[in-house]
Ligand binder design. Structure first.
Ligand code: C2E
Ligand code: MG
Ligand code: MG
Ligand code: MG
Length: 284
């Protein structure tokens, strides 16, 4: 494969270079090509309000249908894109694409977009978000940006200021994968998040471990006291939904309702969005 790419790539594949490093270099090159060739795609997964039982929004999830290797999951290429800085232009593409798509949805439906901590190192982040909102005409109140705790790690005063600037634009900020990082609770004092997304590992263990239930209970309670919505990720069974609902979790997301689907199937999901969510599962 290296040979087929011509002489210019020869220097990346010196003899004796270890196989893992070669694969990694190939992935880097493919990622750069993917951005230029617009190979990336967004899938969308519905978020549902537990009380009203309706779709409230969709999370945009990045997909890479690799021309030779098939679909590569985000966990396999986003860390690499972060390391080589390519996540900045990729993230900008995701935001623009997701907002443009959402601008055509019914007004009450929100769009959630994941932001990499690396995007915060880019001075133009806020400017880019403002630009995209203007271009697409999307109401900032319909945009939710999902960040992970690492954005608030050591020396992150600048990041908190950026988050505040985004919030001042009317955008909502969610903490993703809540409960999986270090000292999560201290971060809740650093910034007034609009939403806590409870990591799917806790939801998965709901039926097996009483501790998981206690943690869910604590987090939903925390959310209520701090006026933050709580979304449970990875809801796969009616039992999990029932327990989460009983604990006052405000929103759910998971395969029980729908897997992430390509934009071409959104019309169908949106048509279900005005109906109770049991119907969503049936419409699959
Ligand atoms: P995340 O933001 O926590 O997204 C939720 C992940 O859980 C998604 O995986 C989704 O497909 C999966 N999921 C949802 N419901 C269920 C369920 O019921 N069961 C199971 N087993 N999984 C479920 P996905 O799409 O593979 O994305 C993985 C991660 O990659 C995301 O986690 C996010 O951290 C990152 N990611 C995805 N798209 C983007 C993006 O555009 N930008 C950035 N920076 N990161 C992204
Ligand atoms: Mg997310
Ligand atoms: Mg998550
Ligand atoms: Mg995650």
């Amino acid at each position: 494969r290296a040979k087929a790419d011509g002489r210019s790539t020869f220097r990346f594949f010196e003899p004796g270079m270890d196989a893992r490093l070669q694969a990694r270099r190939a992935l880097e090159l493919d990622l750069r090509k993917a951005l230029v060739n617009q190979e990336f795609e967004l899938y969308y997964q519905p978020l549902l309000n537990v009380a009203t039982r309706r779709v409230t929004g969709f999370e945009a999830l990045l997909r890479w249908p690799h021309p030779e290797r098939g679909m590569i999951p985000p966990d396999a290429f986003i860390p690499v894109a972060e390391e080589i800085g390519l996540i900045v232009p990729i993230g900008e593409w995701v935001l623009r694409q997701a907002c443009a798509e959402a601008a055509g949805w019914p007004e009450m439906i929100k769009i959630a977009v994941n932001l990499s901590p690396v995007q915060f190192k880019n001075k133009r982040l806020v400017e880019t978000v403002v630009e995209v909102l203007q271009e697409t005409g999307l109401d900032p109140a319909r945009l939710e940006l999902e960040i992970t705790e690492s954005v608030l790690l050591h020396g992150s005063a600048g990041n908190v200021a950026v988050l505040q600037e985004l919030k001042d634009l009317g955008i909502r900020i969610s903490m993703d994968d809540f409960g999986t990082g270090y000292s999560s609770l201290s971060y809740l004092q650093k910034f007034p998040f609009d939403k806590l997304k409870i990591d799917q590992s806790f939801v998965r263990e709901l039926s097996d471990r009483p501790e998981a239930m206690a943690i869910i209970r604590a987090v939903t309670g925390l959310g209520r006291s701090l006026q933050m919505l709580t979304t449970a990720e990875g809801v796969e069974t009616p039992e999990q939904l029932e327990r989460l609902s009983r604990e006052g979790c405000t929103e759910v997301q998971g395969y029980l309702f729908s897997e992430p689907r390509p934009a071409s199937e959104l019309a169908r999901l949106l048509a279900c969005g005005t109906q109770p969510f049991e119907r969503l599962a049936k419409a699959r």
